[in-house]
Design a protein around this ligand. Structure first.
Ligand SMILES: Nc1ncnc2c1ncn2[C@@H]1O[C@H](COP(=O)(O)OP(=O)(O)OP(=O)(O)O)[C@@H](O)[C@H]1O
Ligand SMILES: [Mg+2]
Length: 469
């Protein structure tokens, strides 16, 4: 296997990776880096958790460092678009140590927080803008950002960015970047949905597929538990009270909020993540999950794409997702970077056909077990270890006045009206539908505290095959 240096990554950048324990390129990195570093347009498909973020960040940093252009007020030189705020923040955290090597400045741009710090930073001059399309368009319209000097653009989760909710804004944004610039599209499920963007905006792209989502992740176990509706919550309490971090997905925001409340009241320290929460609650909840204060995250599909939390041992589809791509992305929150993970779909009698169609489309063959309730022995097999319940679930240690706002844990999130409004006005349709969280911690996710009860595995090694729970 080639080293990063052999693939053409500058030594100072590969040194940064080495200091993080990253020495062996993943297949998607090995496949794309020679072309991306060479300046070609790239379409990159690599399965969830396979290091696509570094695959596009390394060539961006190398390119800007080598470029003769200068940082200019209001005119960023590189643009990264991603569908959710938390993903934008997470990419920025991964970029920070690489950008620092060359003194490059970065700025995130997304709704739900005040725009003034964003405007001020861009006015002073930044090299990278990392953005959700809605707020970026707002700033462009107000004359605060000019994309006329962008040399390289990346669309992360590109197939999702080509979905109806995002596509119009993404097109308008790309139209404003100079022709002839380098463009790259990445996703675990890069499909023909991106063709409209490829035809219009890419030139002779190099297409690379490595470990695509269709090839099974050998360290990921898929299970379906056929349950009676009445036993659903008890089964979830049993699974989530086992050691290790768990992400539980629901179909609706309301469902996420309710389930988080129920798990907390039954003694599982839980946070919620969905579009009805204010941004400060989203950030706080993700921090609690990253730090291990909360061992379970209940989320809508806004957490399905790109979000990385170390040592998530179990993903539970409490409601089966709407389609197979969502199944692959949700499931991909576990078994990342070579670690092992278990994926469980809860299926009621009414959902049997839907789940069968879903797993077929996702090309996975789960083991299905019909269970009569939380005492079934399969639960201890899938989520082994002693069950620990904490009276009241997640402790809310914020001052009383803050608690009256949206409460991340046991209380309900403050409901915000519709897709627009609030501080972060002007979100694109897609952004407001799929806004998501992400624990923002500079220095990235590596080495973040493991969940207290975790017998978790390290994300540091792609060869690791240890079971986390
Ligand atoms: N070469 C490498 N060796 C070891 N770990 C790596 C390597 N490259 C990236 N990682 C780590 O792997 C984890 C997952 O990477 P990343 O989030 O980029 O995956 P992804 O392919 O973008 O997944 P998704 O499709 O879910 O967005 C991160 O913690 C990252 O630091
Ligand atoms: Mg990613």
């Amino acid at each position: 296997m080639s080293s990063f240096l052999e693939l053409g990554v500058p030594a100072d950048l590969s040194d940064v990776l080495a200091s993080q324990g990253i020495t062996d390129p993943t297949p998607i990195q090995a496949a794309t880096l020679p072309d991306s570093l060479g300046g070609r347009d790239v379409l990159g498909r690599g399965r969830t958790g396979s290091g696509k973020t570094l695959a596009f960040l390394l060539p961006l940093v190398a390119r800007l460092d080598a470029s003769r252009s200068r940082r200019t007020p209001k005119r960023p030189r590189a643009l990264i678009l991603a569908p959710t705020r938390e993903l934008v923040a997470q990419i920025d955290a991964a970029l920070a140590p690489l950008a620092a090597v060359h003194g490059l400045r970065t700025r995130t741009v997304f709704g739900g927080v005040g725009q003034n710090p964003q405007v001020t930073a861009i006015r002073q001059g930044v090299d990278f803008v990392l953005a959700c399309p809605g707020r970026l368009e707002d700033l462009i319209k107000q004359g605060h950002v000019d994309l006329g000097q962008v040399e390289v653009t990346v669309l992360d989760e590109a197939d999702h960015m080509a979905d109806l909710g995002f596509l119009p804004a993404v097109r308008r944004i790309l139209e404003q970047t100079p022709r002839g610039g380098q463009r790259m599209l990445f996703s675990a499920t890069l499909d023909s949905g991106v063709n409209v963007l490829v035809k219009r905006f890419l030139t002779n792209p190099a297409t690379h597929e490595a470990d695509s989502a269709q090839s099974p992740i050998s360290t990921m176990d898929h299970h379906v538990l056929h349950v009676h509706r009445d036993h659903r919550v008890s089964v979830l309490v049993d699974l989530t009270s086992a050691p290790g971090r768990t992400v539980v997905f629901t179909r609706t925001k309301h469902g996420a909020k309710n389930l988080a409340k129920q798990l907390n009241s039954r003694g599982v320290p839980t946070v919620e993540l969905h579009g009805n929460l204010a941004q400060n609650a989203r950030t706080r909840n993700m921090e609690a999950f990253h730090s291990g204060k909360a061992s379970t995250l209940v989320a809508t599909d806004i957490a399905a794409r790109g979000i990385h939390v170390d040592d998530v041992a179990l993903v539970v589809h409490a409601d089966p997702p709407a389609e197979h791509k969502a199944y692959l992305h949700r499931s991909g929150r576990t078994a990342r970077a070579g670690a092992a993970g278990t994926v469980i779909t809860l299926m009621t009698d009414q959902q049997v056909k839907d789940v069968r169609d879903l797993t077929r489309a996702a090309k996975i063959s789960p083991t299905t077990t019909k269970i009569s309730g939380p005492s079934h022995p399969v639960l201890a097999q899938l989520a082994p270890g002693e069950r620990v319940l904490v009276a009241g679930g997640l402790k809310d240690d914020r001052p009383a006045e803050d608690r009256n706002q949206s409460r991340g844990g046991g209380g309900g999130g403050r409901r915000r009206s519709g897709g627009r409004g609030g501080q972060g006005s002007g979100r694109s349709q897609g952004e407001s539908r799929s806004r998501q969280q992400g624990g923002r911690s500079r220095g990235g996710n590596r080495g973040s505290a493991a969940a207290p009860k975790s017998g978790g595995h390290s994300a540091a090694s792609f060869s690791s095959n240890r079971r986390g729970r």
